[in-house]
Design a protein around this ligand. Sequence first.
Ligand code: PEP
Ligand code: MG
Length: 577
Amino acid sequence: MKTLHGIPASNGIAVGPVFHLRRTQVQVKAGTIDDPAAEWARLEAARAAARAEIEALVTRATQVGESEAAIFEAHRMFLDDPALLDAVHARIEEKRQNAEAAWNAAIENYAATLETLDDPIFRTRAADLRDVGGRVLRRLAGVAESAAAPTIPSVIVAAELTPSDTVQLDRALVLAFCTAGGGPTSHAAILARALGCPAVVGLGPALEDLAAGTTVIVDGTTGLVVADPDPATLASALERQTADRAVRAQALAWASAPAITRDGHRIEVVANLGAAAEVETALAQGAEGVGLLRTEFLFLDRQTPPDEDEQVEAYRAILTALNPPGLTGAEREPAIQRPLIIRTLDIGGDKPVPYLDLGQEMNPFLGVRGLRLGLAHPDLLKTQLRAILRAGVAGRVLVMFPMVTTVAEVRAAKALLAEAQAELDAAGLPHRLDGVGIMVEVPGAALLADQLAAEVDFFSLGTNDLTQYTLAADRTNSGVAALADALHPAVLRLIERTAAAAHAAGGWCGVCGELAGDPVAVPILVGLGVDELSMAPAAIPQAKEIIRGLSFSEARDLARRALNLASADEVRALMGR
Ligand code: PEP
Ligand code: MG
């Protein structure tokens, strides 16, 4: 029996045989050539074949979610990147390198540059670029596309998982994901949460030494992976798995019922979405609306920003999916339709956006991101606000500004909103908005919540960022993952203060960070006075079930006790974890 410790990335317990997912490595046969035109033609043919493969993957990935498909859209852009192609062309023409050597060198140079930027987002891009590079090289070498796939339900083990690896797996044969590298925001982690299967990442190189077929227990809640368990450990894991499945099945059966505590206190449970295609799954899991629409999916991986009409279309499509036409009469009144909270663009110096000159920042998380960026590019933000206002006619839309730090920023954003409204009036275009809110994800904003509450209708706590800023622990750095625990009493105190300030001003307060869907945190958040929880759709059924089992007054006592503890570990101990 051998135990490996990793970072928990997706809840649940799985037991099954190890399957190593290893991609075929192509040996690059470097050589010199006499006929550059023929070599270029070989490369063009390989790129065309790779493009066809990527297009097939876009179609496949769309079935998982649009954010998955967007990854392959980015691959297509890399494949046609003019700077990359110029570099390859020069190598073939001037250095007389063969197509594989020229292509490989150009890809490696480009990827290495992205990596030196020492930013997790760019590192992910470097991995994507190599994924595309390998695809073309395989075509040039005439090597088959991919590694073997599992034939029986298995625990998928890999150094890292690329999007191309995961999208080609048969979901029915995936029990869990385990990776040697990666952090909680890695691709494997995101995919596992979307699929609702357990995952542990950052398990280290020892993971890859496990023999294929070895039985492993994967605990996605604690981050422990036990290989070759002894009979007692295996029996206890299977017992916990059965209990866990029973709880999930029960929760799913009741997913569409409201989440009301035993003493009659209702909590609104809504979904975090990154794309329109995810609405259907969210509704099936019992989402009562959308508490956070991350609009970045419309803006990244393209050469020009989406115009107003394209955005109106996209938001309307989500509203329609959220309130399908079958609803009649009073149910169609905007006031009782399922709400859609649209967050304005939340990008910054850590994400490449070709059409914005973002420049490089030493500390992008402390730089021009979120609303700061929107106010620095008022045309971009105003276009989005106009689109949100126009889409609002079709349902119940609320707007939310990210990464707010000061009252002045909120006033400036509201002034831009008023301008957008006046412009639409002048142009005779109908518009409507059901509320204005801000994300509270900077400690300064939480501390000044009483002042900010006077400006808006609601708050939504972005606990992912609030935790990284409160505890000074980069959310993408696995070295400080243990420190960046949102259950730390310092974070909980900011949540309590923010919810109280919203209520004192007659508003309401939600949570849309990952903490909202953490089963350990739900009772505490309810006790801290939060009114709404917005989470990944797969987490909704269990969160609702937990709320139904609570008494609000007991949850309040629990939260009070948690606030007076000294560490996240003590809070977990209080919750019996
Ligand atoms: C957060 O910071 O908690 C949040 C919900 O926003 P994002 O994760 O998109 O930064
Ligand atoms: Mg955030």
